[in-house]
Design a protein around this ligand. Structure first.
Ligand SMILES: O=C(O)[C@@H](CO)OP(=O)(O)O
Length: 244
């Protein structure tokens, strides 16, 4: 899921790795997104290191039926890990671990960060700005191309998230337009031409089923009463039965 609307989405500014929060519309979008996935199983969450993704994660989780507490895992230093440790096993069972990873951050937009997108297009030309924003190989001035962003985001996905999927865990990833475009490029096997047209809306969850190393895109869950999402795998059908 992409985060809800941020303050710089609202102002149409290039944001990249600048760490701005959600607008009140973004807060509503995150809560709405949470309602759409509230009955899907969830074992672990990965989010970027940026506040707009983390706010979205926490707000969405307020709606989840499991009523577990999302807890950010602090592993940045050994001391942080020890100081944030939970010692009760019962309480641990009532939590969902939230792993923060900078590798899922938005693509770093270089010297465009903080500039208005419309004004930048007027200054440098629409085509140049479109290339900076959507082409796979072209880098914005001193920033990351989508290819470079894919280098870190997809590597992280393969190393940390895929093994969990193989072991049957249900994982939510909350990140950003371009880090998610690169991950979707990998999941959907899109070419560098096809990814140009891939646009992601803020606060709209997208469901994927992982089966024997393949990913199947199953669209966006519509709401908590939806029957469709549970027909995709036996374990989801069973989960729904237990829920009922
Ligand atoms: O500004 C950004 O960081 C991104 C996402 O909002 O913009 P763009 O759509 O240009 O990739």
């Amino acid at each position: 899921m992409r985060h809800g609307e941020s303050m710089w989405n609202e102002k149409n500014l290039f944001t990249g790795c600048v760490d701005v929060p959600l607008t009140s519309k973004g807060v509503d979008e995150a809560i709405e997104a949470g309602k759409r996935i509230r009955n899907l199983p969830l074992d672990i969450i990965y989010t970027s290191a940026l506040i707009r993704a983390q706010m979205t994660t926490m707000l969405a989780l307020t709606q989840h039926h499991c009523m577990k507490d999302p807890v950010i895992m602090h592993h940045e230093t050994e001391q942080a890990r020890i100081w944030s440790q939970i010692y009760s096993e019962d309480t641990t069972k009532q939590t969902i671990p939230v792993i923060e990873a900078w590798q899922l951050n938005e693509r770093m937009y270089g010297e465009l960060q903080g500039f208005n997108k419309q004004e930048t297009a007027e200054k440098y030309g629409k085509e140049q700005v479109h290339n900076w924003r959507r082409s796979y190989h072209v880098r914005p001035p001193n920033g990351e191309s989508l290819e470079m962003c894919l280098g870190r985001a997809v590597t992280f996905f393969k190393e940390h998230i895929e093994p969990l999927l193989w072991s049957g865990k249900h994982v939510m990833v909350v990140a950003h337009a371009n880090s998610l475009r690169s991950i979707i490029m990998y999941l959907d096997k899109l070419t560098s031409r096809q990814v140009i047209n891939l646009e992601l809306s803020t606060g709209v969850p997208m469901l994927y089923i992982h089966r024997e190393g393949n990913f199947f895109r199953r669209g966006s869950p519509i709401g908590s009463s939806e029957a469709g999402a549970y027909a995709y795998t036996e374990s989801l059908a069973l989960y729904r039965q237990q829920l009922d």
